[in-house]
Write a protein that binds this ligand. Structure first.
Ligand SMILES: [Zn+2]
Length: 283
């Protein structure tokens, strides 16, 4: 009497198309099905992000600015720093969207946005692109036309939708011009964040123990350890209301820009373009 045949487990295949998997335990789907699945989410992901998540930095910064008016001197300084952090966050998230849209043919947009990690090169690339190409060509590189081209564009949009997209693109062009004036503060904040200086830092309103002299009344110092250069770095930030209003204004500009770019992008690209990864889009 022969023993029951020994059960050899079937090699696991992709749960969607059944193709054999290279590393069976890492994922239940093959790279092609993974990409296709993410591309199916891109339009809804962008739409939801523009309506809700993209506003978070602006809402927090404005709440801090309101509380700041009522706070005592120490609290005001801490709230001021929270506003700077929102600026860095808004700028980082905007850069993530910018690079994700620009590289939309290489990878799904949701992957570009959620997988974005800031480095020094990417922090300066946006400002350099903006300066060398100008706002209109920058829009083109994101798959977006100049607002004046909307009227003659072949698309399913009705007259009201065309008007909304044209307005969004007009605002985006104006905001790209404005962003150029934030280059200095933007690059400084982003390069700091890229070098990890933004991650763990301590705030102080007294610096005589550290640098031998007292800090100005309206400033606060952020301490961060730079392991590379073996230095304790001290960044001084102004907490006067005029400076902070400028920072909040910068957050507003980036938030509006993010939302307008997404609105125009989602309105002007159909399901087939999202599905095909924008490969057949005129360059
Ligand atoms: Zn598959």
């Amino acid at each position: 009497m022969s023993a029951a045949p020994h059960q050899v487990p079937e090699p696991a295949g992709c749960s969607v198309c059944g193709a054999p998997l290279d590393a069976p335990h890492a994922s239940d789907r093959c790279p092609a099905c993974y990409e296709r699945g993410l591309r199916q989410l891109d339009a809804d992901f962008l739409d939801n992000y523009a309506r809700f998540g993209a506003r978070s930095r602006q809402v927090v910064a404005e709440a801090c600015l309101r509380s700041l008016v009522l706070g005592d001197v120490s609290d005001r300084k801490l709230l001021a720093i929270a506003i700077y952090e929102q600026f860095t966050g808004a700028a980082t998230e905007f850069l993530g969207l910018y690079h994700a849209l620009r590289e939309r043919r290489d990878r799904p947009i949701v992957q570009g946005v959620l997988g974005f990690s800031l480095d020094t090169a990417r922090a300066v690339a946006f400002f350099e692109d903006l300066e060398s190409q100008g706002p209109t060509d920058l829009l083109h590189s994101l798959g977006l036309p100049h607002p004046d081209q909307i009227a003659s564009l072949k698309s399913d949009l009705d007259a009201r939708e065309r008007k909304q997209v044209r307005e969004a693109l007009r605002e985006a062009l104006a905001d790209l011009e404005r962003v150029q004036s934030y280059r200095e503060i933007g690059e400084r904040a982003l390069i700091g964040a890229a070098r990890g200086l933004g991650s763990t830092k301590a705030l102080t309103e007294r610096t005589e123990w550290l640098v031998g002299r007292q800090i100005e009344q309206s400033r606060v110092a952020a301490l961060a350890l730079n392991a590379e250069s073996r230095h304790l770095e001290v960044a001084y930030l102004s907490t006067d209301e005029h400076a902070l209003e400028g920072v909040v204004d910068g957050i507003d500009v980036m938030t509006r820009l993010t939302r307008n770019l997404i609105f125009a992008f989602v309105s002007l690209h159909g399901p087939a373009q999202f599905r095909d990864g924008f490969r057949f889009e005129p360059a």
